[in-house]
Design a protein around this ligand. Structure first.
Ligand SMILES: [Fe+2]
Ligand SMILES: [Fe+2]
Length: 180
């Protein structure tokens, strides 16, 4: 029997018999996928600091989504291609979610940029640095939040970007000492 779940972080709806292990759109933990009827829009009267932080976060997300689309285009096999495409979409979803708080339209994301390298190891290294940079900012933004909904958002995003960071670490390790 299908149930309707709605993600507390990105607001997307998931249809399934059970909640998946993570939100398939933004990557938030399953505990943040709630029955759709419990969902509330993030209608928060942001402080100036929160506004400033969301604007910076939006910049970071758009920048990282653009980078991942580039890495997706340069990938040389379906696995890497798929991984980067998924990451691009997750970061684009984060950008969209931030726009709900800022009550503005989503910015267009350039899917054909040349901001990345042709070489997978360089792209993994760069991806790692980008996630690290995002995590540092979002930890700070969570601390600076006045509203619980804002704090929750940045804490969830820290978790998600940390999962990405670990994925890149694993991929870098595999390049250096391939298993199998
Ligand atoms: Fe989500
Ligand atoms: Fe993100």
């Amino acid at each position: 029997m299908l149930k309707v779940f709605r993600c507390w972080i990105c607001g997307e709806t998931y249809l399934g018999e059970e909640a998946p292990s993570d939100c398939p759109y933004c990557g938030a933990d399953r505990t943040l996928l709630k029955p759709a009827e419990e969902y509330e829009y993030p209608d928060v009267d942001l402080s100036d600091k929160e506004k400033e932080n969301f604007k910076k976060a939006l910049e970071l997300e758009v920048d990282n989504a653009t980078f991942y689309y580039c890495a997706n285009n340069k990938a040389e096999n379906p696995k890497d291609e798929g991984m980067f495409k998924r990451l691009a979409k997750v970061e684009a979803e984060h950008a969209e979610a931030i726009c709900m708080f800022l009550d503005r339209e989503e910015p267009a994301i350039n899917k054909k940029s040349e901001v990345c390298s042709h070489h997978l190891p360089d792209n993994l290294e760069s991806a790692h640095q980008r996630e690290q940079r995002a995590i540092e900012h979002y930890r700070k933004f969570a601390k600076e939040a006045d509203h619980s909904r804002v704090k929750e958002f940045f804490e969830a995003i820290v978790e998600i970007e940390t999962d990405h960071l670990e994925l890149h670490e694993k991929e870098i390790d595999n390049l250096e000492s391939p298993e199998q």
